[in-house]
Design a protein around this ligand. Sequence first.
Ligand SMILES: [Zn+2]
Length: 268
Amino acid sequence: MRLITAENGVQYLHSDILGCPNGFSTRVGGVSTLDHTASLNLARGRGDDDETVLENLKLFADAVGVDPESVVSLPQIHSSKVLILDGSARGQGYFLPSDLECDGYATLSRSLSPAVKTADCVPILLSARDAAGNVFAVSVLHAGWRGTAGNIATRGVEALVSLGATTDRICAAIGPSIGQCCFEVDLDCYDALCSGLGETVELNTCRKGEKFYPDLKSINRDLLVQCGVKRENIDISELCTACRTDIFYSHRRSGGSRGTLLSVISIN
Ligand SMILES: [Zn+2]
């Protein structure tokens, strides 16, 4: 994964493995001026006015090379629900209201750029190639610890398979999120992760005294591998949102007073 500074000043991470336009935003290069949202906040309800959020969306979309009006970002509910969207969802979440809620979507539509919002949770982008190597379907997933526990990674792969993908031609990029270094949880959260996922969680968790440190990025990588995605087709950002508040928003580090990151993908 590469950190790119676009001509308009926006910094974002790009994964070459996906083979299509994609980007994980940082907080750098936007027009938000509040201390906690400066400067590329991409969500409403965090203190910026609508005009500022939409200007940031335009800057980020331009930097990544997608049409801002094609971006779809539906209300997220920490579930493992993944929807299949068609072109009618275009613009929902920013320019149009939505009555759908979910934490992931997949599409064959070239007129959509699916996106998820995070600030410590794990964003996952997936692309599926046809036999000729062209990307024909994409998916995005919001995997916090609840989504991870509900195995949203597998639900995302299943959604792409339902659209005609074969798992050995799916590529994945796991974006910047809270790292094992900073994600300290108590027994109840650890138990909830283990109850659905067992050994996959145990193998990716450190324990110090009464505290547990699950590595959500590695857990999601292993879940993708278990459902047939090749390990060499998975790209993982090493960056921790809570360690690097200079370039990211972190819900945990900020005590909840923060802007929001966006991760987007598009077929063209
Ligand atoms: Zn950290």
